[in-house]
Design a protein around this ligand. Structure first.
Ligand SMILES: [Zn+2]
Length: 107
């Protein structure tokens, strides 16, 4: 067998092993949160607005995933900074005028 064919066979075997490991990981970690889910639910997580099982799954993910932990820490810092700004009251017509403008821009 030519060396190139042996090389491609090795690549396919490695890809197959990676796929099997991924499937086994999903099978044994069904309740676990993945990175997309953690980032999508990060606001609810910080506001403690999640069911206990989901919150636990996210905490478990954060303890093993540095990039998600950094994402959630940055979001928490940003929320903390923004909460220190004084609240601004808007005119009573603000909501209606924004919604009207959105409707016009959709056309
Ligand atoms: Zn992650």
């Amino acid at each position: 067998m030519p060396a190139v064919a042996v090389g491609w066979t090795c690549v396919y075997n490695i890809l197959g092993v990676i796929t099997v490991i991924g499937l086994l990981h999903k099978l044994f970690h069904r309740g676990d949160a993945d990175c997309n889910e953690v980032r999508k639910l990060s606001s609810d997580y910080l506001e403690e607005d999640l069911a206990p099982t989901k919150r636990s799954a996210i905490q478990a993910h954060l303890s093993n995933c540095g990039p998600c932990r950094a994402f959630v820490d940055t979001l928490a810092s940003t929320i903390g900074i923004l909460s220190r700004f004084p609240k601004v009251s808007t005119p009573s017509t603000f909501h209606d005028s924004v919604m009207e403008r959105i409707k016009q821009e959709k056309k």
